[in-house]
Ligand binder design. Sequence first.
Ligand SMILES: *Cc1c(COP(=O)(O)O)cnc(C)c1O
Length: 411
Amino acid sequence: MPNINNSLRAAADQFGTPLYVYDATIITRQYNKLKSAFSGHKTRFFYACKALSNVAILRHIHGLGSGLDCVSINEVRLGLHAGFLPENILFTPNSVTFEELVEAKELGVNLNIDNISLLERFGATFGGSYPVCVRLNPHIEAGGNYKIQTGHIDSKFGISIHQLRHLERVVKGTGLHVKGLHMHTGSEIKDVGVFLRSLEILFDAAGRFPELDFLDLGSGFKVPYKPGDPETDVATLGQQVAQAFQTFEKEYGRPLECWFEPGKYLVSESGYLLVNVAVVKQTTATVFAGVNSGFNHLIRPMFYDSYHHISNLTNPKGSERLYTVVGNICETDTFAWDRLLPEIHENDLLAFHNAGAYGFEMSSSFNSRTRPAEVLLQEDGELRLIRKRQTFEDLLAGQVDVVAEVPAQPA
Ligand SMILES: *Cc1c(COP(=O)(O)O)cnc(C)c1O
């Protein structure tokens, strides 16, 4: 098996930069870690594909035995296209119209409804003919960054646990069947206790819904970004979740599956954004390394203040110097501030690590710069192009040129 740095250099040679590369072996490793951690209780995983939705990635994850969590009707369509069966897809949208919910119902997928008004309308229209899952908001503050916290009191997600009585009335009044309860409190939660507290809250709520098949704990597993960063201890969590379920099932009187929706945990570490250094600029105070990419390709540092480890693949053993690594977007566009890196020269190849989740997926063509290509490093070591680089023609595609002739300019 070739060393990852050699594969990354080969990918850059073959496909050019900027380039996203995903290592399938890492995705498999992460999935297997979860699977063995939760082997003590019947657990199902639904990959949250908003993290990275390339069809080749979806197929790989399907092959591992995972289901799929989708937040838009097009993600549902992508999942079906990639080969997921409707019963292995969970649709967990927020702020969607009733029509979008019905479209998903017609595709036969599991519905996770997070709003009382939608639930009431769904129940009034379909009664108990199509069992649903309900997304609750436990009002637990958790997660790495306010923008990615979803459980707090001001969050738009879920039905408040303080509205359980109202929820119960709607369910009874419409004859809806509730087959699952769901919670997702945020992203990058390293504390196992947060998940266990959510689970206790779900157990409390479950008493009001006698027909449940599963409880869904969402996701938010943390992965290390900086060297030495912790990862959520899924092995410990798995043991404690299994124990808690065993005790609760006795009280509840029927078996309950445990569901999770890992996104970042499965794909973050698999991904690299490869860039070349366009310029090295020494100003009065700073040495900038300006690369042929920007926040239009990887927005996480600018949007979430996230840390991405950087390696210099051209000069890995160079003596370390301090750099501020910036992109080419005409706005403050900084990937890393004051970072110690092996000496950088123009045209060096750099890799941003942990770029698999919310990297390409949140990219845009801001500044009329094209989106990068994507490559899969297969488990057999082969590099496969899984998305072509956007072209100038792609930027024009879809535009309607209503002024057919180029107007003359005033003299
Ligand atoms: C985004 C999301 C996830 C995945 O979160 P990660 O932090 O990437 O694991 C899971 N479930 C739902 C409902 C989500 O919106």
